[in-house]
Design a protein around this ligand. Structure first.
Ligand SMILES: Nc1nc2c(c(=O)[nH]1)N[C@H]1C(S)=C(S)[C@@H](COP(=O)(O)O)O[C@H]1N2
Ligand SMILES: [Mo]
Length: 420
């Protein structure tokens, strides 16, 4: 089986390179010593494969065992109040499989059966209500693809290039297709009183994760979700029910959602004051940073996805997203931000969801300083780290969306560096 009907530019390039006798084309076109993978009978050609029930619910094949969530053990004191990171350097397309989508817990992932699930809505409402899981399934459903990014994603990079791999610098993100009920439908059942302007949303885990949500957002696009990518939520993502707060910082996406209280003012809980708040250069803190600004990252090549081929065709692949809408354009620089080229967007372009971009280049084998820059549908352009520091100072931990730089060395190694 060959790609004899492939007539795209890359194929033509390979053929042209073959004619020119380049090192790359030698493997493709010249007579090489007989390849035993072709000339000799292989085990898998003549023996039975696994029967249909070998893995009733499939796992990735063992050859892909490196593509897993990973944590940075020294970041947190223990694993129940901790975070791990999505292996974005090894994924493609836009949807994150649940099995390797990062986890962030403040008191561990709890085991909450559907039968024991309750969601209470009370406070400034006409009718306080409690919904069971089955009740939720009787409301009209919607499906939407959204990214979830932890506000702390890339936070280490405020202090300069730190972690060597986009899994660790940018992996506190995932993108799933959620099935759920619009929160406004449940609020309509309870009937919000005119003074009701804020919601407290609370989780059932021991952290009782609590955040204040303005009523405008709650009535807009917030979902009470129970499926992701077609299947039940995984335990670690809030089974059986989590809140989906499109475009807003991950902390507000309360897992194991158990209570919604309607009030007339925000609660100023721990997670929205001492945590998840940005301290500015003058030492004062900025109140509420809900929306995630536009951001992008080249996932390959990157420190964990080095270049294993020499000069010639190279695929630069990356992700871009915005909490304010869709991605209008992504620009890629090969020289640390001096010159920019328009990348190619490929795949669905949903509001507040991950977008995939590519730049297909002909690498001359010299050093590259790779950067990407996202532009969203509001016209916002992803800033350099220095532009961000000029506004925010260096006291911030959260909401770092500055442009990332990867140094690609002639030998194919890739390193996290900073050009500001
Ligand atoms: N109940 C509850 N909800 C929670 C948390 C938590 O610890 N408990 N962590 C929050 C934070 S900080 C983030 S970034 C997201 C992470 O969601 P994930 O674990 O599905 O990636 O969940 C949010 N919701
Ligand atoms: Mo988070």
């Amino acid at each position: 089986m060959t790609d004899s009907n492939a007539t795209g530019p890359n194929r033509r390039h390979f053929l042209a390179a073959a004619a020119a006798g380049s090192a790359l084309a030698a493997t493709a076109a010249r007579a090489a010593p007989p390849d035993p993978r072709i000339t000799e009978v292989q085990d898998w050609n003549v023996s039975w494969g696994d029967g249909v029930d070998a893995t009733p619910y499939g796992l990735p094949i063992h050859h892909e065992a490196e593509v897993i969530r990973r944590n940075v053990p020294w970041l947190t004191a223990d694993a129940v109040s901790s975070v791990n990171f999505t292996p974005i350097h090894a994924l493609e397309g836009t949807i994150t499989p649940q099995g390797c989508a990062f986890e962030r817990h403040h008191a561990g992932a709890i085991d909450l059966p559907k039968a024991d699930y309750r969601l209470m809505i009370h406070g400034l409402v006409d009718r306080p209500l409690v919904f069971s899981y089955d009740d939720l399934e009787r409301f009209p459903r919607q499906n939407h693809v959204y990214f979830l990014e932890c506000a702390a994603n890339s936070g280490m990079e405020w202090a300069g290039a730190q972690l060597n791999g986009c899994q660790f610098t940018h992996g506190m993100i995932h993108n799933m297709e959620y099935t759920g009920v619009p929160l406004r439908a449940l609020l309509a059942e309870a009937g919000i009183r005119p003074e009701g302007k804020w919601l407290l949303v609370e989780g059932a885990d021991a952290s009782a994760m609590s955040r204040s949500l303005p009523i405008e957002k709650a009535l807009d696009d917030v979902l009470v979700a129970y499926k992701a990518n077609g299947e039940a939520l995984r335990k670690e993502h809030g089974y059986p029910v989590r809140l989906v707060v499109p475009g807003w910082e991950g902390n507000m996406w309360v897992k194991w959602l158990r209570r919604i209280e309607v009030g007339d003012a925000p609660w100023e809980h721990r997670e929205e004051t001492s945590k998840y708040t940005d301290t500015m250069a003058d030492g004062r803190s900025r109140r509420w940073t809900w929306e995630m600004d536009a951001k992008s990252i080249i996932t390959s090549p990157s420190p964990q996805a080095r270049v294993n081929h020499g000069r010639g065709p190279m695929v630069i692949s990356g992700l871009a997203w915005s909490g304010r809408g869709a991605i209008r354009a992504v620009h890629v620089s090969l020289d640390g931000g001096r010159n920019w080229q328009q990348a190619r967007l490929s795949g669905p372009s949903h509001d507040k969801a991950l977008h995939r971009f590519y730049l297909d280049i002909d690498w001359d084998g010299s050093e590259l300083l790779l950067q990407s820059r996202a532009v969203d549908t509001t016209g916002y352009v992803q800033p350099t780290k220095d532009q961000l520091r000029a506004i925010r100072g260096v006291n911030s931990v959260y909401h770092m969306n500055g442009i990332q730089t990867w140094l690609v060395k002639p030998n194919g190694e890739v390193e996290n560096v900073e050009i500001s």
